[in-house]
Design a binder for this molecule. Structure first.
Ligand code: BDP
Length: 614
């Protein structure tokens, strides 16, 4: 799915701003036709943003059910000869959209874009009425899974509750930008690229998909592709809908040293008049798992960085360029070379910046909480892969969101791997056919390595699923959820645990999570749990083990920054495992990581500046 961009033939209007908003606890909206009559008692709400913490209303913070958004917009008169599209970056978790009273699209899944062709629904040169009904309920047939129940308030009113297994707040609303954009009537629908190189020559295999609206036009149309270097010089070109272009003296996209070419795709009619034009940045690089190595451009890569969240004060999961850039600058400052989009695909704009900054990304689908306990490390697991919980419909949804994520992100050089689940109940018998099907379907779509992220409770011999994947992520909390306040015992357990995985599986392993809750400003010497000193000691203890073992492919700390969760005894105003506070200021441990991740001695010869460790 192409990101909406302005080009020579396309225009774009950002519908971000203040919209009308109304919660609908009694479910009146549909029966009273709010989609055509308008919202009866709206308040003001920013878009994009989560709605939960904008007002002071406690019921809206924890609200479960339908809410409605509304605004008016103009479509310029001169757009009447084009195709007009309405695109939502994400609506969490489900959305139904009406334009001028007509339903135009429904979407399920809160972390990926969806769009609709509204060419024949809008009034040109006049005001148009846009209404969106957003629902934040979860079920076992969605990702992340969840369950809605009802309770009676003291005032006798029945309200919905959401039971969720995942550890982040159920922020809801229109989270990412809403765009109105045009394409010509016959248009470039999709572009897919694959890159490689041999010696100093780069190759870009491309495939351009043209809309099928006008087949007679298609037979005579011509596609041309031009590649420009970073200084704007044309370096290569190709002709036809499918082709391979050669780039002499190629400059590779490398972690920490990003080089982007601009690819310009042009569609001409039989008179050689340009019909459509689209542009994207591409990076030429290869990714491969070979034996026990993770190779970028043929050289071993060691992941240093974080599991993150899209999360901030007030806006919740609302898109914010300032916050995104602050995070990238902090990652650069601390010496991180990568992050995982735990636990859902992030806004595509984040990947654009990672492409430009040379930060490596593991993109994850929202498959989190596919197990029976909210804080899994603390309890027994019950089976969830069965008819009443994770079933064929969940799998269907899982495959669909994986496909949508790949369709959106496939051309980003920063994305080097797909993570298909975080801490699923993979020791269950039924988990195996589930993940086998998912992996088979995913491999048909893209050849990037696949990762699964495992829960520390599951022993390697009992995991029925890891064998299907190329890289295994391990989430490890010895010294926090077990071996509490005993880092010596924690180190021993960690080492034993990793050795066990290494021996049993013989696949590349990386630590996808390790961390402890830490209250900024709480200092204790000797270190005690929750103090900044304990977080530092914990990281130091873990790093000694990582370095002693030497075979890990990476270390991702949990978490980059403190983030909001549902309320819980072990969650003090959210999850405090951040190395940075929620306001993006460093805790003491940030300096420990910075020292480790920026130390020149730590960069191995073998990895040639890739940030390898050993
Ligand atoms: C892991 C989860 C992550 C949690 C983390 C924690 O993958 O989402 O936030 O533990 O407990 O189980 O902090």
């Amino acid at each position: 799915m192409l990101y909406p961009r302005e080009t020579r033939t396309r225009e774009c209007k950002d519908l971000s701003g203040i919209w009308h908003f109304q919660a609908d606890p009694d479910g009146h909206g549909r029966s009273f036709k709010w989609f055509s009559k308008g919202l009866p008692c709206p308040i003001l709400m920013p878009v994009p943003s989560s709605y939960n913490e904008i007002t002071t209303d406690p019921q809206l913070r924890d609200y479960i059910g339908d809410v409605w958004y509304e605004r008016y917009f103009y479509v310029p008169k001169d757009w009447s000869d084009r195709r007009v599209m309405l695109r939502f970056g994400s609506v969490t978790h489900s959305g139904t959209v009406w334009v001028n009273g007509e339903e135009i699209v429904r979407n399920k899944g809160g972390f990926l874009p969806f769009e609709a062709d509204i060419t024949n629904v809008v009034y040109y040169g006049q005001l148009n009425h846009l209404v969106v009904c957003v629902n934040n309920e979860l079920s076992w047939e969605m990702l992340p899974p969840g369950e809605v129940s009802f309770h009676q308030d003291a005032d006798g009113v029945s309200r919905k509750d959401l039971h969720q297994q995942h550890d982040f707040f159920n922020y809801s609303g229109i989270h990412r930008p809403v765009y109105l954009y045009t394409t010509p009537m016959t248009y470039i629908e999709d572009v897919t690229i694959k890159t490689s190189f041999e010696g100093h020559t780069g190759f870009v295999d491309y495939q351009v998909c043209i809309s099928q609206q006008n087949p007679s036009f298609l037979s005579d149309s011509i596609v041309k592709v031009f590649l420009y270097d970073a200084s704007g010089n044309k370096v290569a070109e190709g002709k036809g809908e499918i082709g391979k272009i050669k780039v002499q003296d190629v400059q590779l996209w490398n972690p920490g040293d990003a080089y982007l070419y601009r690819m310009s795709v042009c569609l001409y009619d039989e008179q050689h008049v340009e019909v459509d034009h689209y542009e994207l940045n591409i990076g030429i690089r290869t990714v491969k798992v070979e034996g026990n190595s993770f190779l970028i451009n043929g050289r071993p890569f060691y992941f240093r960085g974080f599991g993150k969240h899209e999360d901030m004060d007030i806006k919740g999961k609302g898109f914010d360029h300032a916050l995104i850039l602050r995070d990238f600058y902090l990652m650069e400052w601390i010496g991180a070379n990568s992050f995982r989009t735990s636990h859902y695909p992030y806004a595509e704009e984040v990947l654009d910046i990672a492409d430009r900054q040379g930060i490596v990304v593991i993109s994850e689908v929202p498959a989190v909480g596919m197990l029976s306990k909210a804080v899994p490390a603390m309890g027994e697991l019950e089976d969830v892969f069965h008819q009443e919980k994770i079933n064929d419909k969940t799998l269907e949804h899982h495959i669909r969101v994986t496909r949508d994520m790949i369709r959106r992100d496939k051309n980003h050089p920063c994305v080097v791997m797909w993570s298909l689940a975080n801490e699923a109940s993979t020791m269950e018998e039924n988990a195996e056919p589930y993940f086998r099907k998912l992996v088979d379907e995913t491999r048909k779509l893209d050849d990037r390595p696949l990762m699964i992220v495992n829960l520390m409770l599951i022993e390697p011999k009992k995991c029925r699923v890891s064998k299907l994947f190329d890289v295994i992520g391990l989430n490890t909390y010895f010294g926090w959820y077990s071996e509490m306040a005993n880092l010596k015992a924690a180190s021993a357990r960690l080492e034993q645990f990793l050795e066990d995985w290494h021996r049993t599986l013989g696949k590349p392993l990386m630590i996808t999570e390790y961390g402890v809750d830490t209250i900024q400003g709480l200092h204790r010497q000797p270190p005690v749990m929750y103090s900044e000193e304990y977080q530092v000691s914990f990281f130091q203890a873990y790093h000694q083990v990582f370095d002693r073992l030497g075979y890990l492919k990476g270390e991702h700390v949990w978490n980059f920054a403190d983030f909001m969760t549902k309320e819980d005894l072990v969650r003090i105003d959210g999850n405090r495992k951040g190395v940075f506070t929620r306001q993006r200021q460093p805790k003491m441990s940030a300096y420990t990581l910075k020292e480790r991740w920026t130390a020149p001695a730590e960069i191995s010869q073998e990895s040639d500046g890739h940030g390898g460790r050993r």
